[in-house]
Design a protein around this ligand. Structure first.
Ligand code: CTP
Length: 406
C-alpha cells in the first residue's frame, strides 16, 4: 500500500465537491493512510461530519474551541501529527483566507500553525469556472505556491451550477495518485524521460494484422514512476487500453514505424529513454488497402515479411546518446536463458543498461521480476507488482545518472 504509515489531515471547505471528499477519504485509507478529517462550518452544510467520521473511523474536528483535546489546542495537536495537510475541496474563499494568513476557524488556524518545514500543505481547489478564472483567484494561487503550498490543479467539465469549464475538483482517484506521487523522492527532477510501451500492430489489411501479447503495463508503470520521481514524461504507447498516468504526456501509435517516428521527434528533448515496448520484429511486406477476401478455392494468401526498424538501437546510435545526453535503457523479453540473452542483447543494442524479464510469465500480469544487466554484471529485482518494480528501476537509473555526473 502506497501510503502505509502516512497520517493525512483531510480538510474540507464549503463546496459541492465535498461529496467527492468522502470517496477520497476512503481511497487514502485503502492505500494505508490514517486520515484525520477537519471541516469548516461551510463544509458541514454540504456533507455531515457523521459521514466523514464513519469513513475515517475518527471523530471529526470542526471547531477551534473543541474541548476534547486536553490542552484545548486542536490546531497545534492535529497539525503536529500530520505528514501532510490536504485541503479537498478548497474553496475560493478559503484560498483567499490562507493567502492572508487568516486564522478564524480551526482549519485555517491549523494551516497557519503547521510547522512549514515538515508538514506540507496540498490544495485541491474546487469552484465555479468564473471564480476559478477570476484574477483574484489566479493571483492567490500563484502566491500560495510561492508561500510553499502544492496546488494540485483542477478538472474541466460540467459543473454543479450547470456551466462547463475549469474549476471542478479533481476526481478522488486523481487526487490519490497526486498524493502518492507527492511522497515519492524526486530523484529524476529536471529530467525528461521518454518511454515506449505496449505492443505494436502491423497491418495485413484494414481489418487484420500481427501483434503480440504485451499489455503495456510495465511501460505505463515506468512512466508513472518517472513522473512521480519529478521527471517530465512522454509515453509513446502502442495499441493498449490502459489509462494514462497522471501528469504524463501520451502519444498513441500503432505500428513500429510510427513508434520510431514519434521517438525520433521526441528524443531531442529527452535525457532518458526507456524502451519497454514489445515492438513487432516484422511487418507484412505489403499491407492491402482493402480487406483480403477468400476466393473459395481454399488457397491461403502468401504473406511476405520485412524486418521493422530497431527503435532502441536507432536511438542508442544517435549523436545525443553517444555524447551522453540521452541515457538509453532497453528491456529484453525472453522465454529462457535470461542472463545469457540479456547480456548479449545489451551488447548488441549498445545500451548501458538492459532489463531482462521472462516475457510469457509476465505479459498481461500485474507482477514481474527484473534482471538488471550492465557492463559490470547483473542484479535481480525480485518479484513484485509492476509499479513497485518500476519505482526501483527509476531509483536505479537516477543513481546511475547521478554517479555519471558526479
Ligand atoms: N526494440 C525496439 N525496436 C525493435 C525491437 C525491439 O526498440 N524493433 C527494443 C525493445 O523495446 C526492448 C529491446 O529492444 O527494449 C529488446 O526487445 P526484444 O523484443 O526483447 O528483443 P529483439 O530486439 O526483438 O530481439 P529478439 O527478438 O531476437 O529477442
Amino acid at each position: 500500500m502506497d501510503l502505509n504509515g502516512k497520517h493525512i489531515v483531510l480538510g474540507l471547505t464549503g463546496g459541492i465537491a465535498c461529496y467527492k471528499a468522502a470517496e477520497l477519504c476512503r481511497a487514502l485509507i485503502k492505500q494505508g493512510a490514517t486520515v484525520q478529517v477537519v471541516m469548516t462550518e461551510a463544509a458541514a452544510q454540504f456533507i455531515t461530519p457523521v459521514t466523514m467520521q464513519a469513513l475515517s473511523n475518527r471523530p471529526v474536528f470542526t471547531s477551534q474551541w473543541d474541548a476534547r483535546e486536553p490542552n484545548n489546542m486542536p490546531h497545534i495537536n492535529i497539525s503536529r501529527e500530520a505528514d501532510a495537510i490536504l485541503i479537498a475541496p478548497c474553496s475560493a474563499d478559503f484560498m483567499a483566507k490562507l493567502l492572508h494568513g487568516r486564522a478564524d476557524d480551526l482549519l485555517s488556524l491549523m494551516c497557519l500553525a503547521r510547522p512549514m518545514d515538515r508538514v506540507p500543505l496540498l490544495i485541491a481547489p474546487a469552484m465555479n469556472r468564473e471564480m476559478w478564472a477570476h484574477p483574484a483567484t489566479q493571483r492567490n494561487m500563484t502566491q500560495l505556491k510561492a508561500d510553499g503550498a502544492t496546488l494540485l490543479g483542477v478538472g474541466n467539465g460540467l459543473q454543479a451550477c450547470g456551466e462547463t469549464g475549469d474549476g471542478r475538483m479533481l476526481e478522488p482517484q486523481e487526487l490519490l495518485q497526486d498524493v502518492i506521487a507527492f511522497f515519492q523522492p524526486k530523484v529524476l527532477a529536471g529530467h525528461h524521460v521518454l518511454v515506449t510501451a505496449g505492443p505494436t500492430f502491423e497491418a495485413i489489411d484494414p481489418v487484420r494484422g500481427i501483434t503480440n501479447l504485451s499489455s503495456g503495463k510495465m511501460g505505463f508503470a515506468v512512466a508513472r514512476a518517472a513522473q512521480e520521481a519529478g521527471a517530465t514524461v512522454t509515453l509513446i504507447a502502442g495499441p493498449v487500453a490502459l489509462a494514462t498516468p497522471r501528469g504524463v504526456s501520451r502519444i498513441d501509435v500503432v505500428s513500429a514505424q510510427e513508434m520510431l517516428d514519434a521517438c525520433l521527434r521526441q528524443a531531442p528533448l529527452a535525457s532518458v529513454f526507456v524502451a519497454t515496448a514489445a515492438v513487432a520484429d516484422w511487418r507484412p511486406e505489403n499491407s492491402a488497402q482493402q480487406k483480403i477476401k477468400k476466393d473459395g478455392s481454399g488457397q491461403v494468401p502468401q504473406l511476405g515479411f520485412v524486418e521493422n526498424p530497431d527503435i532502441l538501437a536507432t536511438l542508442a546510435k544517435s549523436a545525443r546518446a553517444t555524447s551522453g545526453a540521452l541515457y538509453c535503457v532497453g528491456f529484453a523479453a525472453e522465454s529462457h536463458d535470461l542472463l545469457a540473452h540479456a547480456t548479449a542483447k545489451r551488447a548488441r543494442k549498445n545500451v548501458p543498461l538492459l532489463v531482462g524479464n521472462i516475457g510469457p510469465a509476465t505479459f498481461g500480469q500485474d507482477d514481474n521480476a527484473l534482471l538488471l544487466v550492465d557492463v559490470n554484471g547483473s542484479r535481480e529485482i525480485p518479484r513484485n507488482n509492476k509499479l513497485a518494480l518500476a519505482r526501483q528501476l527509476v531509483a536505479d537509473i537516477a543513481a546511475r545518472l547521478a554517479s555519471a555526473t558526479a
